[in-house]
Design a protein around this ligand. Sequence first.
Ligand code: PHE
Length: 351
Amino acid sequence: MIEQLLKDWDGETVVVRYDRPTGAWIFIAIHSTQLGPATGGTRLKSYTSPEAAISDVLKLAAGMTYKFAVPGFPRGGGKAVIAIPDDFDPQSRTDLRRRYGKLIQQLGGLFYTGPDVGTSSTDMDIIAETGAPYIHSRTPSAGGAGSSGPATAMGVFTGIQVVCEQLFGDASLEGRRVLVQGVGDVGESLIEHLRAAGAEVLFSEVDEKLIRRFRDELGFQFVPAKAVYSTECDIFSPCALGGVFNGDTVSQLRCRAIAGGANNQLAGPEDAERLRTRGILYAPDYVINVGGAMAITGIEALGWSREEAMRQVVTSIQGGLRQVFELAEKEGITTEGAALRVAEEHLSTGP
Ligand code: PHE
């Protein structure tokens, strides 16, 4: 099973560590160093099996390659997964993070990392104690550029504006109905932009605390998980986990377009075609969720100011997504297929 996964993968290297003290598996996938050092988040969660964790990290690492390749940003694609056991003792988290940092440090610049699902800037502070200088997105008090969520959200918001431009001939969000799935780091900041732009914002979430905050305190309309795909809206924005679109969910959708921050939203390549057949415009996830990784690495490694970083995020995503929509229309292919072509062209011409 693992052998097959690795044979079928078109990336460069996978680093494997079994962390004996905690029973966690650490997998670091280096998909491509063609445009620069492999860079990607560290995801920390429990998986049903080590195979499931490998399968996830391989796909996520490839996603990072394409994410940086569309705007031609000088970074390669990689990702790390720390698959913790179900009985993981939170007390052991600090030591685990230090051992993980040491491992990254030993890789000597093959892989740079930042936060992802299950990790935050505070985790990066600890990982950086042993993993510097390869750790991005530490808290500002530890000398880093902070959370990548707001920049990712800014990029997704820009993507949503381009989607409106394509659908309605006007980038304005005034009166448009947008459903955001997941109000974590990215979703939270995204719905603020949407509300400020005059959109009618709905959200879906599974965490009770977040539901109370966004529904009861902030007054957003709440959509329960079971109705999330079938609720009518102009734009559906997945900002939680990946793999949300499959034959079943695509047939339930009652939206005009999809544009969100989650990585790997399509369960399989055939789902892009399913969306196209249904006439739903899909903004490929990696084209519009590059904002966080681009802004943070730009600030920390390329010396960009925060303003410069935001400007780069907005212009890159606008340009990238418009190019993808144009190519898809011209060639009669899915937007996912068009994005892959743009990415592959940049990969073949090099940095
Ligand atoms: N989670 C980010 C992403 O998927 C990864 C990242 C964040 C990388 C910050 C570098 C810096 O794009």
